[in-house]
Write a protein that binds this ligand. Structure first.
Ligand code: ATP
Length: 234
């Protein structure tokens, strides 16, 4: 479904992605783990067209998408949940969700999808008239995921959904990510919480200083000595 081949991305003179290649198949949950500054967020921003790539190929369902404008990429079926959620704090929960459906023309189905995200996240139904900025961190993360789902993505890109959240909330959010995947949405998950990510995903990539240094079944990575020492604190 998604293929990156030899992708290079720069910030001015900083060579942030140095030939990244990876694949996500339809129906999978694939994770990308790595430390601070490894290039994980840059990978997601390159996929969704926010960062322009200087070299390489990014294909979605066989079609090149590199350097297309972000709105076209969303319309093709890729939605991103950015790091730090970036919800609209002054808009209500409902308005935030409506913004997620901004590019859709099938207005009749939007109501149906609102009901669906409210069934995934019942707390958002309760809080729909509240300003987004008044929600707790976990609720804001739920809102950011729900907003991305309102675009009806085929592929959902998640950037560190566990960031700054208590372990119990993280578990709740990961359970919902699994449910979203079981309903048919393919997931590409970027995480520093390698333990949670590798337990959820079928396949994993490890990134260091702008390069993929390991790739394998998630369960095999969980058992790998280098991964255990570097990313699982063992
Ligand atoms: P984190 O988990 O801390 O977000 P990351 O793996 O997502 O880390 P990136 O944010 O993709 O890493 O950063 C990759 C490299 O690019 C780092 O060296 C970072 O300092 C640099 N970088 C990221 N964003 C910018 C920017 N806007 N301008 C300049 N350099 C940047």
């Amino acid at each position: 479904m998604l293929r990156l081949h030899n992708v290079h991305t720069f910030y001015g003179h900083i060579h942030a992605l140095k030939g990244v290649s990876l694949e996500v198949n339809q129906g999978e949950i694939v994770c990308l783990i790595g430390g601070n500054g490894a290039g994980k967020s840059t990978t997601l921003m390159s996929i969704c067209g926010i960062n322009k790539i200087r070299q390489g190929i990014i294909e979605f369902n066989g079609e090149p998408i590199m350097n297309k404008p972000p709105d076209q990429i969303v319309a093709m079926g890729i939605s991103q949940v950015p790091e730090g959620r970036r919800i609209f704090p002054r808009l209500t929960v409902l308005e935030n969700l409506e913004m997620g459906a901004f590019l859709r023309r099938d207005k009749a189905k939007i109501r149906e999808d609102l009901d669906h995200v409210f069934s995934l996240f019942p707390i958002l139904r309760e809080r729909q008239k509240q300003a987004g900025g008044t929600l707790s961190g976990g609720e804001q993360q739920m809102l950011a995921i729900a907003r991305a789902l309102m675009a009806r993505p085929k592929l959902l890109l998640l950037d560190e959904p566990s960031l700054g959240l208590a372990p119990m909330i993280v578990e709740q959010i990961f359970k919902i990510i699994k449910e979203i995947n079981e309903e048919g949405t393919t997931i590409f998950l970027v995480e520093q919480n390698a333990h949670m990510a590798l337990n959820l995903a079928q396949k994993g990539y490890v990134m260091e200083t702008g390069q993929i240094v390991m790739q394998d079944d998630a369960k095999a990575l969980l058992r790998d000595k280098r991964v255990r020492e570097a990313y699982l604190g063992e």
